[in-house]
Write a new protein. Structure first.
Length: 587
């Protein structure tokens, strides 16, 4: 013994190797002499007679005849023969190198050519297109089988067309409503039915009874009484407001979404806002402001500047998409040291930084919550020793009056207090819809927007802002603009008048105010032309337009250089030379 303990240095003989191999691999016959475990030895397969030279160590590990195992290296002819036995519908076109390399082949059935590996061909894999077709043909049911299976799954569908496969459309008809359509066969075989019947079924599920509708409406707005018969959520229904007894016919769905009485609703302020404003104004007549825009540059509903307090009030229905703007207002108020209290009613969930109520504050009985909000403000932000006697009934009446939609009579009363010289002739339909008016001084009539009248806009004739065509022609003759001829007629101060220059015959349109100012033709010396000079070349141009055409840029760019707004135009510096006529050019 020498070297590693337990390891013999005695060399294995051929006889010993044969005896060991017989126990492991008896189908292999050794015909050569054993040299070493890694030196090849001649062997013959007792099954097929194939001769080869494997390593003795591989044989002792159980590896046998490569021919029997199918691991022989093919020549082109032997590979073709082997493929033909497995895949008779494949023709070899390329040169065979080994089974792992792709080889060019063609399908004898469909003519498709592709590059599979030799291993995949020997494994029996053929043309993928033909395989899919064979699989689809196996999967296609017969017409009778499809109809029989469909009856079990969808008995209300009648098959009219020919069944061609699950992915193909087929004509069918609904036995319930008679609707015909062409669905994909697989969809109806998986349970999908008639679309029209599904819509009708869903509509019936959503349909309330009349009592259910009244109960839901009471939870949303208890001040609305149902007068008509409820049919569906999309049909109109006659209702009456319990406050003002106004009747109208909205859709039932709009009522459930929170839409209230159009007569009680104001275009700008709600009852909730008016209630809080009137109550605070009663307690602090000179300290409370409404709709102030000066403090933070944005409109605030109610402000008490002396107490550094403000309020932003609204319904969730109108403010759900304005939360970000309201929170921005709060941040601006904090920068000014003002506490902004944001209040939402009818809000379905809590919002950080906003006081939310889940019910309609205006519809609450006795308005307990609104009264509590007022009392809390007075106790927290006003001197605790002050006593305030608030007539809540009077505040409620005032809030209802101010938050109601303006009637013609109410608008006429407002106009008498704002501008008694204007008589309202037409019906008030909205603050943006024109209403007929008459001036009591000059007797002229015109149409004006109520919003402008309520802001103090008076008679345009008495103010000199409107003229008749005859009056304008007289004023034009007096201004001394004799080089121009009026071709058009005066309409108003914003409509341009067609003019013609007596000198050059140029025609254009000019504003009436410019004509009365004496401004003339832009094509001759009657208008403005400023001469400009190119600093680099010293060339002088009679106008900016001429210089612009010469260098290929717009006149405005040369003008901006002359005014110092930019350094160059078209790569040149420019400056004014002199003004030919000091008047402006208006075309």
């Amino acid at each position: 013994m020498n070297g590693v303990k337990g390891k013999s240095n005695t060399k294995r003989t051929t006889t010993q190797f044969i005896e060991e191999l017989a126990k492991v691999n008896p189908s292999v016959e050794v015909v050569g002499e054993y040299v070493s475990s890694h030196t090849g030895i001649d062997c013959v397969c007792r099954k097929c007679g194939y001769s080869w030279q494997p390593r003795p160590t591989n044989l002792l590990l159980g590896k046998g005849c490569p021919a029997c195992a199918g691991r022989l290296k093919y020549t082109r002819d032997t590979f073709i023969n082997a493929v033909q036995r497995v895949n008779p519908n494949v023709t070899i076109l390329g040169e065979y190198t080994n089974s792992d390399k792709p080889i060019f082949v063609r399908c004898n059935l469909c003519g498709r050519e592709w590059l599979p590996t030799g291993t995949s061909l020997l494994a029996g894999k053929a043309c993928a297109v033909c395989s899919r077709k064979r699989g689809a043909q196996k999967r296609i049911e017969s017409q009778e089988e499809f109809e029989e299976n469909l009856k079990k799954i969808n008995p209300y569908i009648e098959v009219l067309g020919k069944y061609q496969g699950k992915r193909k459309r087929i004509e069918v008809r609904c036995r319930r409503c008679g609707y015909q359509w062409n669905p994909i066969a697989d969809n109806i075989s998986r349970g999908k039915g008639c679309r029209r019947c599904a819509i009708e079924d869903n509509r019936r599920k959503r349909l309330f009874t009349e009592n259910e509708f009244k109960e839901r409406l009471y939870t949303v707005n208890r001040n609305i009484e149902v007068i008509g018969d409820y049919k569906s959520s999309q049909q109109r229904i006659l209702v009456e407001c319990k406050r003002c007894h106004y009747r109208w016919s909205p859709t039932a769905n709009s009522l459930l979404q929170g839409t209230g009485c159009p007569s009680c609703s104001h275009t700008a302020t709600s009852f909730m806002e008016q209630f809080l404003y009137v109550a605070l104004k009663t307690a602090l007549p000179d300290a409370v402001l409404s709709r102030d825009k000066k403090i933070i540059g944005r409109e605030l509903d109610i402000v008490i500047p002396s107490r550094k307090y403000a309020m932003e009030i609204g319904s969730w229905y109108w403010h759900h998409d304005k939360i970000k703007k309201d929170l921005q207002k709060k941040a601006l108020c904090e920068e000014k040291g003002i506490h902004l209290n944001i209040i939402y009613d009818s809000c379905p969930h809590e919002i950080e930084g906003i006081t939310c109520y889940s019910f309609d504050l205006a519809s609450e009985q006795d308005h307990k919550t609104l009264k509590k909000i007022v009392n809390d403000i007075l106790l927290k932000y006003i001197d605790a020793g002050c006593a305030f006697d608030i007539d809540w009934e009077k505040i409620e009446q005032s809030a209802y009056e101010f938050s109601r939609r303006r009637s013609t009579e109410f608008f006429v009363r407002e106009m008498k207090s704002i501008n008694p010289e204007i008589e309202v002739l037409g019906e008030y339909t909205g603050y943006k819809n024109n209403v007929g008016c008459r001036c009591k001084k000059c007797g002229k009539t015109w149409n004006a927007k109520p919003d402008h009248l309520l802001h103090g806009t008076g008679c345009p004739y008495c103010a000199g802002r409107d003229k008749t065509p005859e009056e304008f022609e007289r004023l034009f003759a007096e201004c001394g603009n004799s080089d121009l001829i009026l071709l058009g007629q005066y309409k108003n101060t914003q409509s341009r008048i067609h003019c013609k220059c007596k000198k050059c015959g140029y025609e254009w349109k000019m504003l009436p105010s410019h004509l009365l100012e004496g401004k003339g033709c832009g094509q001759c010396n009657g208008g403005t032309r400023k001469r400009v000079r190119c600093v680099e070349t010293g060339e002088v141009f009679e106008s900016m337009a001429e210089a612009a055409r010469e260098v290929g840029v717009g006149p405005s760019k040369i003008c901006n250089v002359c005014k110092g707004l930019r350094k160059t135009a078209a790569g040149y510096s420019w400056q004014y030379v002199e003004t030919v006529n000091p008047e402006n050019d208006y075309k």
